[in-house]
Design a protein around this ligand. Structure first.
Ligand SMILES: *[C@@H]1O[C@H](CO)[C@@H](O)[C@H](O)[C@H]1NC(C)=O
Ligand SMILES: *[C@@H]1O[C@H](CO)[C@@H](O)[C@H](O)[C@H]1NC(C)=O
Ligand SMILES: *[C@@H]1O[C@H](CO)[C@@H](O)[C@H](O)[C@H]1NC(C)=O
Length: 349
């Protein structure tokens, strides 16, 4: 029996509850393996039982069933305390969109100097992943560094599946090199359809299988789609209608699709960092596990619960809502992450 697992980040309709689905080991019987998402859970915001459990956010993981177990696999410990990030822009992204995304990717880098500012930042958000350690007590790397980018003008068409996403990653090795201690991220433009995209799925993460094309390496990668036109209410919430919000919040970078994408990218990066091969930190049934950010189900601030993002910061000039600052004073919304030290969800260390 061959085992195949795929990891999918899912933001559920109305409530932007992020869940992660790893497909369970499947019998392949010599046929072409098919990657498919497993059933995911929906927690409707009106579900009172859930609401009670999630009220306050902090209570979330005091439920013992919501502790993320360690399954003895590797976490992303990087190299020289750095995880390189290689980004593949697939399809058309405007200059403004690229600027916003690049600023997000540069927001993780904090060479030596401790974070000076008192305000919440992307850096301090990522440091929560440092609480996740491997068998040798080595934590997830503290730095993600934007190490390269490439632009692909629809070389594989406008309708992709999980196999072609992996092909894009393998194709990128020619430019970036093959590095299993790096993260490769495929971002698809708003006019690209991807298998499962918007069917409860906003992004996925997985890894290459050892082969000649991958220099025998298992390289972790993620994919996130721009949901602007295909499913903003699903993958760009709370910047699109849904949940208990009377109206959508104003996105900090003025782009519902891109501000939604950064939420999912944050989710995926936290998932790859703490569970790159689907055998490190996750909770629950291997068929539909929760990872670091997914476990905190759609919470972005104190008092959050599925369908209500929680208390956020507001940009007084634009009215936009966000919860962290990044490079060049850009503002972003990132999901809370489960903190293994405190057994609670948190937005900052
Ligand atoms: C990308 O491809 C389209 C056709 O699919 C073409 O019109 C456009 O000029 C190309 N853009 C770049 C930057 O090459
Ligand atoms: C993915 O798409 C490619 C290209 O269209 C196709 O050849 C392949 O069979 C598809 N794979 C799956 C698993 O559907
Ligand atoms: C917005 O203005 C209020 C009141 O002046 C201030 O307390 C708050 O910090 C400001 N928000 C931001 C994000 O600067």
């Amino acid at each position: 029996m061959t085992k195949l697992s795929t990891t999918l980040v899912v933001l559920c309709s109305l409530i932007a509850l992020s869940l992660l689905a790893i497909s369970a080991a499947e019998e392949i019987d010599g046929k072409t393996p098919k990657m498919r998402p497993h059933t995911v859970h929906f927690h409707h915001p009106k579900d009172q039982a859930h609401r009670k459990k999630f009220a306050g956010g902090y209570k979330l993981v005091s439920d013992p069933t919501l502790i993320l177990d360690y399954h003895f696999g590797p976490v992303m410990t990087g190299q020289n305390d750095v995880i390189k990030l290689f980004v593949i822009y697939y399809g058309e992204f405007t200059k403004n969109q690229r600027t916003t995304l690049r600023s997000f990717f540069k927001s993780f880098w904090h060479p030596k100097a401790p974070v000076k500012t008192d305000r919440p930042t992307v850096e301090k958000w990522w440091q929560i992943t440092r609480k996740y350690v491997d068998l040798y007590n080595t934590p997830v790397t503290s730095n993600i560094v934007a190490a390269g980018e490439l632009f692909d003008n629809y070389s594989l068409g406008k309708d992709l599946n999980q196999s072609t996403i992996q092909q894009l990653v393998i194709d990128s090795f020619a430019k970036f090199g093959t590095d299993a201690r790096a993260i490769y991220l495929v971002l698809t433009a708003k006019d690209v359809t991807v298998e499962s995209f918007c069917m409860n799925v906003c992004g996925t993460h997985f890894y290459t299988f050892p082969s000649d094309a991958t220099d025998s390496q298992m390289v972790p990668y993620g994919w996130v789609g721009n949901p602007a036109t295909q499913c903003p209410e699903l993958c760009a919430w709370p910047y699109a209608p849904g949940g208990s919000l009377a109206q959508p919040l104003i996105p900090p970078n003025g782009d519902v699709g891109i501000d939604g994408m950064t939420i999912t990218i944050a989710n995926i990066l936290a998932g790859i960092g703490t569970d790159p091969y689907g055998n490190a930190y996750y909770q629950g049934d291997a068929g539909a596990p929760l990872e670091a950010a997914g476990a905190c189900g759609g919470i972005y601030g104190a008092g959050g619960f599925p369908g209500y993002p929680g208390e956020l910061l507001v940009d007084n000039a634009t009215g936009a809502s966000f919860n962290v600052f990044g490079a060049r004073d850009h503002k972003f919304l990132v999901p809370w992450i489960w903190n293994p030290d405190t057994l609670q969800c948190a937005g900052q260390v």
